[in-house]
Design a protein around this ligand. Structure first.
Ligand code: NIG
Ligand code: FE
Length: 413
């Protein structure tokens, strides 16, 4: 089946040849075609161009007149924890009332709170609640998402989370990548025995995750008070042996060495990056690792902001992702992530669109099929309402502005 979209006011993020990412000054460049058409066949984009060159089509082709709307590729959200049980709004209220993260954790809050609820939840309940979140973010324009485990923290419950993610892959049309995050926090029963827990991650969890083929990537929370560089080195080294490439949490709380150990193991991405200095930048510049910033978490936790402009000036690419999770970012709205990129990090609209489409596709290993309007790539499109230009999207930060989403050539909403 073929569909032609005509009279597109602006077709943005177009490319003739698929690029792996855009970096440095190129992040400010967003290729587009004014007054465009686009042809979809099956689940793929097969052609696009200016309306003046629109090809003659036969009656079998479905025509959609977009009448001045903008079209862009769907967002790729390369970092989420959207499988979780319950929610943590009580901790949010505790925080408003002045409790510190440590005080909340001492009351049984934080990641360990989610871990306790995860242990009690059934696979069916987890699938059901995650499906609601997935359908919500698809409506917000997300066409591919990475989901982590990490609220299990035991062999059995980590596997349960990953099986839920596997099930979700069958239930939604968007691309899902699964990441094993056994080293998210030290579970209660291993308190004071962190190295033993890391041993367990390496000797029991990774082999089982790999034998059931449940994960695409492996993650470690490498930061002050969580897992050390040595722990991370051991886990990434073990992951490599099972074909699991790293996508790690690094440098959120301190200059943790997380970036360098990630680069050492050729991690696909290092994420958070509030604490970035010249050493981290130098390490990233010589790598194939995508620096990924999570503006929602920094906003929600009132954290120091990642030096994004400094990194781009040094020539690095930047991806932005939502970090959708119950503790530090209870939102998977990538359009809002774009707004935060513009408002808090002084990124331009062109830069945030590059960071949430092409670069975030790379950060989840799908840049050959997603992240841009390119012949042969998936027909995953956002069709906006009638707006003046793409700058309006991050500007009007609470308006939805997404009239329809196309996934694999089919209109979803
Ligand atoms: O990415 N930083 C580590 N982990 C999550 C938080 C998870 C939680 O609090 O539940 C994050 O922000
Ligand atoms: Fe995270």
């Amino acid at each position: 089946m073929k569909t032609i979209l005509i009279n597109i006011k602006k077709l943005i993020q177009v490319e003739e040849l698929s690029r792996k990412w855009v970096a440095g000054k190129d992040m400010a460049v967003l290729p587009f075609i004014d007054n465009a058409y686009l042809i979809v066949e099956g689940d793929k984009i097969i052609d696009f161009g200016e309306m003046k060159d629109v090809p003659v089509i036969d009656d079998s082709v479905i025509e959609m007149d977009l009448n001045g709307r903008i079209v862009m590729p769907t967002f790729c959200d390369s970092h989420t924890h959207l499988v979780y049980a319950g929610s943590r709004e009580i901790e949010y209220v505790d925080k408003i009332n002045g409790l510190s993260y440590e005080e909340i954790a001492a009351r049984g809050g934080g990641i360990l709170n989610s871990a306790k609820r995860m242990e009690e939840a059934s696979e069916d309940e987890l699938v059901e609640s995650a499906l609601l979140r997935l359908n919500e973010i698809i409506g917000f324009g997300t066409g591919a998402v990475e989901i982590k485990s990490g609220y299990g923290l035991s062999v059995e419950t980590e596997l349960k989370m990953l099986r839920v993610i596997k099930k979700l892959k069958e239930l939604v049309p968007i691309e899902i990548k699964a990441t094993f995050l056994g080293a998210h926090a030290v579970p209660v029963d291993f308190k004071g025995r962190q190295t033993e827990y890391v041993d367990k991650v390496i000797s029991e969890m990774i082999p089982q995750v790999a034998s059931e083929n449940l994960a695409d990537y492996i993650d470690v929370f490498c930061d002050n008070g969580f897992f050390t560089v040595e722990d991370t080195d051991r886990i990434l080294n073990a992951g490599v042996k099972y074909g699991l490439r790293g996508k790690i949490h690094a440098n959120e709380l301190d200059y943790s060495g997380g970036v360098q150990v990630g680069v050492k193991y050729n991690a696909l991405s290092v994420d958070h990056l509030e604490f970035i200095g010249d050493k981290e930048i130098k390490s990233l510049l010589s790598s194939e690792t995508m620096p990924t910033v999570l503006p929602g978490a920094a906003f929600f936790l009132n954290m120091k902001e990642s030096p994004v402009r400094h990194m781009m000036n040094a020539g690095l690419p930047i991806a932005l992702a939502s970090d959708y999770n119950p503790g530090s970012s209870p939102s998977g709205n990538m359009k809002f992530v774009m707004s935060l990129g513009c408002i808090n990090y002084k990124m331009t609209p062109e830069e945030v669109i590059n960071a949430t489409t092409l670069n975030s596709a790379y950060a989840m290993g799908i840049q050959d099929t997603h992240g841009s309007i390119c012949k042969g790539k998936k027909a995953n499109l956002i069709i906006t309402t009638e707006i003046t230009g793409y700058e309006y999207l991050p500007y009007a930060y609470t308006s939805n502005l997404i009239e329809a989403v196309m996934i694999n050539g089919r209109l979803i909403s």
